[in-house]
Design a protein around this ligand. Structure first.
Ligand code: SF4
Length: 67
């Protein structure tokens, strides 16, 4: 079976404290817990670059913060 889009999506947030399994994911875009989607109009592939840019936007640039 094809893997759901959510697992490679930039908007999925890893929240182990919620006890989410592979049946449910937290979608940051929708701000809610959802079932993994096979299709989603909001999907954005979590490329290394996209993840890096997101982290920078969320947490600032680490290298500079350590000075
Ligand atoms: S935007 Fe769509 S594909 Fe991405 S995590 Fe949310 S529900 Fe899943």
């Amino acid at each position: 079976m094809k893997k759901a889009l959510c697992f490679s999506c930039l908007h999925r947030e890893n929240r182990p404290e919620l006890g989410l399994s592979d049946q449910l994911v937290y979608c940051r875009k929708k701000e809610m817990v959802v079932r993994p989607k096979m299709e989603c109009p909001l999907y954005s592939k979590a490329t290394a670059r996209a993840v890096q840019e997101l982290n920078r936007a969320l947490y600032g640039v680490m290298e500079e913060a350590e000075e």
